[in-house]
Design a protein around this ligand. Sequence first.
Ligand SMILES: [Zn+2]
Length: 281
Amino acid sequence: MSNNTYVGRHRPATKPTRGRQFLVPLALVSSTVAGGLVVRDAGASPLSAEAAAMKNVSNSVAGLGLVADVDAIAAASADRGNLRASRDGVRAEAALGLAASSAAEAGAEAADAALERLAAEKAAAKKAAAEKAAAAKKKAEVERKRRLALAQRWIMPFHGYTLTSGYGWRWGRMHPAQDLAAPTGTPVYALSSGTVLFSGWSNEGYGYMVKIRHWDGTVSWYAHNSRLVVSIGEQVSPGQQVAYSGNTGNSTGPHLHLEIHPAGGAAVPPRSWLAARGIYL
Ligand SMILES: [Zn+2]
């Protein structure tokens, strides 16, 4: 307190007229953030009688005059209450927020895990499908090769025969075939798969004749047959019967006259050509 601090020596002439007023302990005021508290230093300005009176009262308590009206206190109190409530609310919200955040995190982790599982399942399904497709492809390829090997194999065309005239000069002329003597009606088989180029009567001395173009381009001839069992354009498989042997055309006895024309060209010796393919006449 300074020298000019007012030290009350008298009571106010009249009671304060402005509503009810009370003293607010400094502790409450200082801890109050907002509110319409009025704090006045006694020496700062001339005091009204009313203020002076209040100052007097307050000095007797704490040496500082603290005057507040009911509304201000109520407001301060309310604000304080609000503040506390607000703080509590914030704390609660923070707690809730933490809980929510934690729950959200847990949820996000669960969602991530579910997504990862889904992705893993998808990848596994894709892998399984790919493996299945690859296995099917491999199986199809194996089957294709098996069928191809079957289609491209070479077969003994005749059975129960005796080798007679071979490939070469005979009686002053070229015999471009291998003759295989056997009773009329002995089945004649296609050497390998191919297309029937000709099946019918030959006007060149071959009698009933069949010509087949094989898968490698080779054309085989089967002549002097008694009966034909395939038609021109027909696809035949290795060993499929194409005729019954006979003695038709320029022939001196029942036999199969077999010619081999690689690439459809000139005839070659049948025995060596077939031997190179595992068929030994
Ligand atoms: Zn012949």
